[in-house]
Design a protein around this ligand. Sequence first.
Ligand code: TK8
Length: 335
Amino acid sequence: EDTGGDTEEQTDTGEDAGDETEAAEESSGDAQTLRISIGVTDAHPEYEGAMKFKELVEEQTDDFEVEVYHSGQIAGDREAAEMLQQGTLEITIPSTSPMVNFVPEYGVFDLPFTIPNEEVADAVLDGPFGDKMLGMLEDQGMVGLAWWENGFRNLTNSSKPVSSVDDLEGLDLRTMENDIHLDAWNAMGANPTPMAFPELFSALQQGTIDGQENPYPTIDTSNFYEVQDYLSGTNHVYTPFIFLISKQIWDGFSEEQQTILREAAVEAGKFNRERNREVADESLEMLKEEMEFSEITDEELERFRDAVEPVIEDHKSSIGAEVVDEYLAEIEKHE
Ligand code: TK8
């Protein structure tokens, strides 16, 4: 901690003219609370990342107190983003997919079978393309600080083993609130319905829907395996998590405070990715004991790809042809 002379005194409003020490200010106890809303549970690596962010911020400054709310207690992804716009919530770390409802360009991340592995995901997100995408929500009242990881999505259902496209026929599936996902599952023969994540467990439990798709850590930590018998290793799309802070609130912070928050979000994101990958392996092992696992052969995967190919073409204009091409070129560059 820097106890030395502070050369950059904060602008003084006058009422504390006699009080020069930062320590006195810090002990005044008016730390600003930053609430983080996440949809997954406190057993998920996203929660571990959020707790790491809290630790990193609070060890560097007394200006903020970070509170993490998991399991969609505050809101689902889309609603939490709306709260950020209004300034009624400080931080959320949603999947990118519901963000297409604010910025259509985010749809690039929903194009199935594009990112082949985590290394390419990191290279694309941590490079200039990722930086550009992070900045795109500012007009919508949200500041993107870092990329975290949700991960590769895999299909679960309660009615039958799925190892081919044909097996999807007539399955009622929940998707995220995203037209590309809806169209992709329709193209593959399923019957998709969009739903916010916090409603998903009970919909599966009550049998309103047959199945859903999420990365292994979520199928594990949200206990979906308790209400779903079949798991398919589809790995059909990689979903990033994006660390978002309300612009209204962000604009009120000093440059120094912004730097602390940005660096902590990036650092905690690295930790989150690392943990997510470890947990994904562990979760898959566990899930194989609890569910019937179907591997998808390369040949069959080709049929999944063929089925969704027209969806990519269809959505090119709604997402923006230029940004789609840029995204695909970035992936190719790092493959
Ligand atoms: C959590 C969501 C979620 C996502 C989904 O808030 O909705 O299926 O994968 O895990 O971001």
